[in-house]
Design a protein around this ligand. Structure first.
Ligand code: ZN
Ligand code: ZN
Ligand code: ZN
Length: 254
């Protein structure tokens, strides 16, 4: 069984934004509280964490996440890697190293920023993450499931979405090149970033995201990486059939 839990659905500053008094930031609707963007892909009994948001510890506590079997990184922007150190608790719980997958550029960034985690191992678990960093340059297999990295453009930077059978997770895209759209064809459940109504230089707006949905026609689409310009209840009323605004803690099954 394939599924996905949204740990966080907010853009890089998180919602509410510090010091902001806008409609979303003062909303009492819990769906308007968005931690930084991250998810757990459920492959049968296995939990695959996608990105380590700054709130990873709080997200894990909120969702009852006590086991992580592998980590996939989309890219190394701070809102996607800031919770990296909290991976060590999953080492401690499993008493085992944790496989981590990233493209070569992201892997390089991780080694630079979190060098302490890749230097000499500690003789016990809990002190720092114990990771086995694998660089992907194409599709690979994870616990018997095929994982297809999907390169998308985040402004001038190539970042990666991931497809596993009928489910795909794409965040921080501004443009999906034709070859990557081809990799997403036939997907039944699509997670796609949609920042806000206004255009943005490095993120899809709602209209741009809906154009991709129109092209791919998945059965269900969940929008994520959302800014404080979006009030959950208001967008939900406007979205076409089969398109939903995700929120922190939402779990979907394929
Ligand atoms: Zn981001
Ligand atoms: Zn605000
Ligand atoms: Zn980013």
């Amino acid at each position: 069984m394939l599924g996905l839990t949204f740990l966080g659905t907010g853009t890089s500053n998180g919602i509410p934004v510090i010091g902001c008094h806008c409609h979303a930031c003062t909303s009492v609707d819990p769906r308007d509280r968005r931690t930084r963007c991250s998810a757990v892909l459920h492959l049968g009994e296995r939990n695959i964490l996608i990105d380590t948001a700054p709130e990873l510890r709080l997200q894990a506590l909120a969702c009852g996440l006590t086991r992580v079997d592998a980590v996939l990184f989309t890219h190394a922007h701070a809102d996607h890697v800031g919770g990296f150190d909290d991976l060590r608790q999953f080492n401690y719980l499993a008493q085992a190293p944790l496989p981590v997958y990233a493209d070569p550029k992201t892997a390089r960034e991780l080694r630079t920023r979190f060098g302490y985690a890749f230097s000499d191992p500690l003789p016990f678990y809990g002190g720092k993450p114990d990771l086995r960093l694998h660089e992907f340059d194409g599709p690979f297999e994870l616990f018997g499931y095929p994982i297809i990295p999907v390169p998308v453009l985040h402004g001038g930077w190539t970042v990666y979405g991931f497809r596993c059978g009928p489910l795909a997770y794409v965040t921080d895209a501004k443009t999906i090149p034709p070859a990557s759209l081809a990799l997403l064809r036939g997907v039944e459940v699509l997670v796609l970033n949609a920042l806000r109504d206004r255009p943005h230089p490095t993120h899809l707006s709602l209209a741009e995201a809906l154009a991709i949905v129109e092209e791919l026609r998945p059965r269900q689409t969940y929008l994520t990486h959302v800014s404080h310009e979006v009030v959950h209840a208001q967008w939900s009323e406007r979205l076409p059939d089969g398109v939903f605004l995700a929120y922190d803690g939402l779990r979907v099954w394929v």
